[in-house]
Design a protein around this ligand. Structure first.
Ligand SMILES: [Zn+2]
Length: 413
């Protein structure tokens, strides 16, 4: 647990650093990675998991072994709307391979359910986030509740049970569907008041999202009553009470404002806030602009926002360095736009920049049922032997929660 005064002090120092470095945070890709490839011997799909209405029913599918490298920290990075072709577009457009694409990976089904619990529904970001956060399929627009509107335990709740610090960072507003799926309970993703109210009592230690003073000012008192220092600039942290145990930070993030900060630099700030907890931490990071750009069929926006996510992964990996106590998962809630890319002129549309060019086609302006990817780094040996990690194996979005929960439970034994 804790050390909150240390956290705020650290952030005071960091906020000064940010002023000097925010405009020069984009670094070249090329970090050396501990790549953990695995064999592809077993047939894919041989141990298909079952959908559940509780958080525990699929645990028996994972068989931890005796000797494990403890996983103390867990970082989940979500590209909203990021299908495999979005990642390919980012790489082709930037002229550089993203190291995380070499990590062990599987495909992920992203369906949600109808109010009767029938699967196969094209998901929105609310149900998609709830699946990742709680291991439960739910109805579109529902956040942190099951199809019967019962509140669900999130992975951050599990982390709390084991004394870990928790955090959420997003380029979206904190009441956006993805961050809300991990920290709120509501049957209406557009009920921003209800979402912020339930976030205030979520217990999440670090919450950081896009600035919207007219909305958040109404909740300043409620958030403060629940232990949050409430700030709307990085510099504002300086004025926050050092007695505050938690931070609710809303700032300009990748939005063209003069003081806009890149997601990667805020990821560094989040880690600095959380890393001193001797029990470790769980941090959720979302790059929301991939979805928004794909809805608009903006290939330039897709490339830049996927690059932002990749840079954020790099920043996380630079912090990890040689440490072996931290797992990183990179995934998405669903695919948006039906994007296909090629280095060959097989499509009419062409992306061209100083760093790369490729041809592309969007088949939709909406979400699709195309599978997304889960990339994993730093997973303990027993989990690398688990069928979840076989290449070509298709898992469910709810399995991502089961993987994270099992990591937390195993670490804490
Ligand atoms: Zn969307």
């Amino acid at each position: 647990m804790l050390k909150h005064k240390q956290r705020i002090s650290l952030l005071l120092a960091l906020s000064l650093l940010f002023c000097l470095s925010a405009c020069s945070m984009i670094k070249p890709l090329g970090l050396l990675l501990r790549v953990e490839q695995e064999s592809e011997g077993d047939p894919p799909g041989s141990e298909s998991s079952t959908e559940t209405n509780t958080n525990t029913e699929t645990e028996t599918e994972i068989s931890p072994e005796a000797e494990e490298t403890p996983i103390r920290n867990l970082i989940l990075i979500i590209g909203d709307g990021m299908g495999p072709e979005h990642i390919a577009a980012g790489q082709l457009g930037s002229g550089a391979a993203y190291p995380f694409t070499s990590w062990p990976n599987v495909n992920v089904n992203t369906d949600s359910v109808d109010p009767s619990g029938n699967a196969g529904v094209l998901t929105d970001s609310a149900a998609g986030a709830t699946a990742l956060a709680t291991g439960n399929l739910t109805v579109n627009s529902y956040l942190g509740i099951d199809p019967y509107q019962r509140p669900l335990q999130t992975v951050l709740d599990v982390a709390k049970e084991y004394g870990k610090s928790t955090g959420i960072l997003t380029t979206d507003y904190l009441y956006g569907a993805t961050p809300a799926g991990f920290s709120a309970h509501s049957n209406n993703r557009s009920d921003y008041d209800r979402i912020t109210e339930t976030q205030a009592t979520s217990g999440v230690d670090f919450l950081c999202g896009l600035r919207n003073d007219s909305h958040y000012s109404s909740y300043r008192s409620l958030l403060q009553e629940n232990g949050y220092a409430v700030c709307n600039t990085v510099n504002g942290i300086r004025d926050a009470s050092v007695e505050s145990e938690k931070l609710y930070l809303t700032v300009n993030i990748e939005n063209n404002a003069a003081d806009s900060l890149p997601l990667s630099s805020l990821a560094s700030m989040a880690i600095s806030f959380l890393e001193n907890d001797e029990d470790g931490f769980v941090l959720i990071i979302e790059q929301a602009h991939i979805d928004k750009n794909a809805h608009n069929n903006s290939i330039n926006g897709v490339v830049s926002s996927v690059n932002s996510l990749a840079q954020t992964v790099e920043t996380v990996m630079e912090w990890i360095g040689d440490r072996e106590d931290t797992a990183v998962l990179v995934t998405a809630d669903h695919e948006t736009g039906g994007l296909t890319v090629s280095s060959q002129p097989v499509f009419a549309e062409q992306y061209f920049s100083a760093t790369g060019n490729f041809f592309y086609s969007f088949s939709s302006t909406k979400h699709t049922d195309l599978h997304v990817k889960l990339f994993v780094y730093g997973i303990a040996p027993s989990f690398r032997n688990c069928t979840y990690y076989r290449s070509e194996y298709l898992i469910k979005n709810t399995d991502v929660f089961q993987i994270m929960k099992q990591l937390l439970i195993t670490e804490s034994k």
